[in-house]
Design a protein around this ligand. Structure first.
Ligand SMILES: C[S@@+](CC[C@H](N)C(=O)[O-])C[C@H]1O[C@@H](n2cnc3c(N)ncnc32)[C@H](O)[C@@H]1O
Length: 416
């Protein structure tokens, strides 16, 4: 990559390539209109522009991401100033030439601005300030150790001297770690965000309820013993039928199979390509007993519309706002109308798939959204229709370098 020449002020302490990085980032930002994920756009861009070496790509990509972390704010600043401000706010340490450029480009020391302007629409449990701060923190990589693989996985990580932290089945690694080169992904571990892994808590709660493991609390109310996961039955006695109606490549289904044991699994998604991925992934995961279909969960389509399941998992399409620290470009391009559009789609999906739950059966509703309209409001609507909320959680990943998700376990009335 060659040095650019548009150099304001003194360039003595700043190698020319840093100006080139900045100019390239500003050019990319000007070209990118948010139609596809930034990661994909950058990949395509760099494959066309051969002048960028590996290190250059990393630097330029980091600058682009830094820019989008500011959302739509700081519009009084130039593109260069916004890139550099985003870098200063998001990087724990920045190289001396960037510090110099912050001065050269007169990036203000004090500033005000609202990176996430939709705080009034957040789920009530979300801390708005902490959530906003999370946009300047790159989340970690998380793996979930699949049952029976713990010793082998830990041994491999230790032998490779790969730094990791372990909490239960969850492994936290730096987001640059190449876990797939060391471990068998999908068989030994799955790549799954920490909050997504915590959906296991709701599946365990389901398991205890249907396996009769629910113990009344001291007031005689049915409740769960804390930390019951190790004591719940390994098998459920009777085999349960599950429909994962927005399965994508099967992350929640694999989790369900790992938590619940042998289940009769039906998976579907509206996208044929993702169902093809799912089949490959299930093969690697050793899940054989399943039926996969392409189906629109918002419409009563045969054969699913004729069937009744013990548990429907609805990990619905949503704004994805709980994952925007991984994809900060969404913060920049987001339009609040999308909340209404997603909420309407979610209502349609719920209206349809709840019909497929047996009387007394369960629904596990999941989003990776932080918006109340996609979370608590949808659950409240089901409650009005007679569903009983057994558990409801905002899985707050924003303080844990992880995604934020929402999950609710509901039970259908036994007698309509
Ligand atoms: C949040 S993702 C599901 C993630 C998945 N459960 C997992 O754990 O990996 C939502 C999925 O819903 C699918 N989807 C969107 N609209 C749909 C519809 N009308 N019917 C069925 N699936 C739909 C999308 O293709 C996407 O794969």
């Amino acid at each position: 990559m060659t040095a650019a020449s548009s150099i304001p002020g003194s360039a003595e302490k700043v190698p020319g390539r840093f100006y080139s990085y900045l100019n390239s980032a500003v050019k990319i930002i000007g070209d990118y209109k948010g139609q596809e994920p930034l990661a994909q756009f950058l990949k395509n861009y760099f494959s066309r522009e051969k002048k960028f070496g590996g290190k250059d790509r990393k630097q330029v990509a980091q600058l682009c991401y830094a820019y989008y972390r500011l959302g739509k704010s700081f519009t009084d600043l130039s593109f260069e100033q916004r890139v550099l401000l985003g870098l200063r706010l998001s990087a724990t340490e920045i190289a001396a030439p960037w510090v110099e450029l912050l001065t050269i480009y007169k990036v203000p020391e004090t500033f005000s601005g609202t990176v996430f302007p939709w705080k009034d629409q957040l789920s009530p449990e979300v801390d708005p300030a902490a959530f906003e701060r999370s946009f300047f923190v790159q989340p970690d990589l998380f793996l979930r150790i699949r049952p029976g693989n713990e010793a082998a996985v830990i041994k491999k990580l230790e032998q490779a001297a790969l730094p990791f932290e372990k909490d239960g089945d969850a492994l936290r690694l730096p987001n640059t770690a190449k876990a797939g080169e060391l471990l068998s992904v999908n068989s030994e571990v799955v790549i799954q965000d920490l909050s997504s892994q915590k959906i296991a808590g709701l599946l365990r709660s389901y398991k205890i309820r249907v396996a009769g493991g629910v113990h009344p609390d001291s007031h005689g109310n049915p409740g769960l013993k804390p930390h019951v996961s190790d004591r719940i039955p390994a098998t459920m006695g009777t085999q349960v039928s599950i429909w994962d109606c927005c399965a994508a490549s099967g992350g929640k289904s694999i989790l369900a199979a790992d938590v619940l044991g042998t289940v009769e699994l039906t998976v579907s998604d509206i996208r044929p390509s993702i169902i093809a991925n799912l089949k490959k992934r299930f093969h690697e995961a050793g899940i054989k007993n399943f039926r996969a279909l392409v189906a629109d969960a918002a419409k009563p389509e045969a054969p699913l519309s004729r069937e009744r399941f013990d548990l429907v998992i609805a990990d619905v399409p949503c704004s994805g706002s709980g994952t925007w620290s991984r994809t900060p470009e969404r913060l920049h391009f987001f339009n609040t109308e999308e909340i209404k559009t997603y909420a309407a789609l979610q209502r349609n999906i719920l209206s349809n798939v709840t019909r497929s739950v047996k009387p007394g059966g369960f629904l596990l509703y999941i989003t990776c959204s932080v918006f109340k309209a996609e979370n608590e409001d949808q659950v409240a609507r089901l409650q009005e229709q007679g569903w009983e909320v057994k558990e409801q959680q905002v899985l707050k990943g924003y303080a844990l370098k992880a995604d934020t998700m929402f999950g609710a376990l509901l039970q259908k009335k036994k007698h309509p």
